[in-house]
Design a protein around this ligand. Structure first.
Ligand code: HEC
Length: 209
């Protein structure tokens, strides 16, 4: 018996329909959990990288991803938020006044005479001095008028190392299950190889880029 022949035989033995019920159940439940997890991954991307201008595919656009990672360097965090989720707490006039103040150097004197009331009236309810992001004093507000530089290298390194290890484990599981699937149409075995290789290749390309 040649090497080739015994490979084929082994390949044919490792099939889902030949497995004991316990292994089949394990594979089934893993596949179901991974699928549900995947739906949540997509939801997380859509919620987190939502394009405030409503553009893009399902609310996510290259610009919104870019704003999250690279930052929006022509605008501060405060301006970005006022254009987005926090915009509902100000009137259009108040918003223009605050943006005008930011773009003109956000100085302390004008803060007290022109915009402080707006922050106190609209924002401090949630952004009190003890909150996760205080907007209760000039110094605090000043911090969010700096240019938004996105996530920065430190965050990217942290997120990437978690993603690399976590996703490799997930793709190993889904790839392993795929190994046991049988494709009965002749000449289509390469589909399995693509399904096994592509997720990891895409992840590596994504993170390295
Ligand atoms: C009802 C509560 C609430 C009000 C009112 C509110 N915010 Fe927020 N704000 C939040 C929450 C929750 C977050 C965190 C989630 C997010 O970033 O969207 C946040 C985030 C922010 C951030 C980003 C903070 C950071 O460190 O990333 C800024 C800037 C901001 N708000 C500004 C404002 C301004 C300016 C106002 C008033 C015009 C305002 N917010 C009113 C609840 C509120």
């Amino acid at each position: 018996m040649g090497n080739k022949k015994s490979d084929v035989t082994l390949g044919e033995i490792l099939r889902i329909y030949r497995m004991p019920m316990s292994l089949r159940l394990l594979f089934l439940m893993t596949a179901i959990s991974l699928t549900i997890g995947y739906v949540f991954n997509l939801a997380q991307i859509m919620v987190h990288h939502h394009d405030n201008n409503g553009g893009g595919f399902l609310g996510v656009s290259p610009e919104s991803i870019r704003a999250a990672y690279y930052g929006k360097r022509d605008a501060s965090t405060l301006e970005l938020k006022l254009d987005g989720a926090m915009g509902r707490y100000v009137t259009p006039e108040e918003k223009s006044a605050i943006i005008f103040w930011i773009r003109n150097g956000s100085n302390e004197e004008l803060y007290h005479t022109q915009v402080r009331d707006m922050f106190e009236r609209n924002c401090v309810l949630c952004h009190s001095a003890h909150s996760f992001r205080s907007l209760a004093s000039f110094e605090d507000v000043k911090k969010v008028t700096q240019i938004n530089r996105g996530m920065g290298l430190e965050t990217l390194v942290r997120v990437s190392h978690i993603h690399f290890n976590g996703m490799t484990a997930l793709f190993f599981m889904s790839g392993l299950i795929t190994c046991f699937a049988s494709i009965r149409v002749g000449g289509w075995r390469w589909v399995k190889w693509v399904v096994i290789v592509l997720p990891m290749a895409a992840m590596i390309a994504d993170i390295l880029s």
